[in-house]
Design a protein around this ligand. Structure first.
Ligand SMILES: Nc1ncnc2c1ncn2[C@@H]1O[C@H](COP(=O)(O)OP(=O)(O)OP(=O)(O)O)[C@@H](O)[C@H]1O
Length: 243
């Protein structure tokens, strides 16, 4: 496989087979993933639900190239993530992946625009930082520092930062976990528009079960495995879901 992965053949963004993750060993071993088989078509909005400790974040971290698997395979289009070395995973993350976490991870000493520019400066074909911030509704706030922004606004800066690199996929781990319901709704609205307008595949791990109504596909996790996958025939908008 080449260093650059611009060629992405097929319509399946992710395919895992027997994906297994064991942390530690011996008596202390934790089986976080016990043989996960999933297929995620490109362009979908996917929501992962399940009890605490069921393996959702572990799956997201492996698909995002942040962690390695113990066994099994995880394909990103026709590239095998589980066969990649650290350097290839770094390039995969840089070129294709946007991350959004519960706690926004913004640099406090940088403005909203500068926080986004941290990413656009190293991306291949980035969106203009101001444009990314306008897309998440922060046109008037680009020169504010994180401490001058609300939680929801800070999360939208984090989303703008992820979106600005024009990633193939966005992984969001509890993106609304620290937000009240109205603010959470505005963040989901932004993620929905990224998925619909830019065609970005979006995967959201959440404890907010109502979010499932926005998804194309809902994956229910339990005990390190997939318990059920539901495909929604109709989707609600972020404004329509009930919290
Ligand atoms: N770095 C690690 N070292 C050891 N065990 C870990 C590590 N990361 C996760 N685990 C364990 O793996 C299991 C799965 O954790 P994971 O974070 O994937 O679950 P989750 O479904 O995302 O949970 P939550 O909803 O609480 O975030 C848990 O038992 C957890 O304690």
């Amino acid at each position: 496989m080449g260093i650059h992965m611009h060629q992405m053949t097929g319509d399946t963004a992710f395919r895992t087979r027997g994906l297994t993750k064991v942390y530690g060993s011996g008596a202390a071993a934790v089986h976080a993933l016990r043989g996960v088989d999933i297929d995620i078509p490109k362009g979908e909005m996917v929501v992962l639900l399940g009890p605490s400790g069921s393996g959702k974040s572990t799956l997201l971290n492996i698909l995002g190239g942040l962690d390695d698997a113990t066994d099994g395979t995880a394909q990103f289009f026709d590239h095998d993530l589980t066969a990649m070395r650290e350097r290839e995973l770094t390039l995969y993350r840089r070129e294709h992946v946007g991350f959004v976490f519960q706690f926004y991870n913004l640099m406090p000493s940088l403005t909203a625009k500068e926080n986004v520019e941290l990413v656009t400066e190293i991306a291949d074909d980035p969106m203009d930082a101001a444009e990314a911030l306008a897309r998440v509704g922060l046109k008037e706030r680009i020169n504010h520092f994180p401490a001058q922004l609300s939680g929801g606004e800070q999360q939208r800066v984090a989303i703008a930062r992820a979106v600005a690199k024009q990633p193939t996929v966005m992984f969001c781990d509890e993106p609304t976990g620290a937000l009240d319901s109205a603010t959470g709704r505005s963040v989901l609205n932004v993620l929905q528009s990224v998925n619909q307008d830019l065609g970005t595949t979006v995967m959201i791990v959440t404890h907010a079960a109502a979010t499932a109504a926005m998804a194309d596909r809902v994956i229910h996790f339990a005990d390190g495995g997939v318990r059920e996958v539901i495909r929604n025939t109709t989707k609600l908008t972020a404004d329509e879901i009930e919290w």
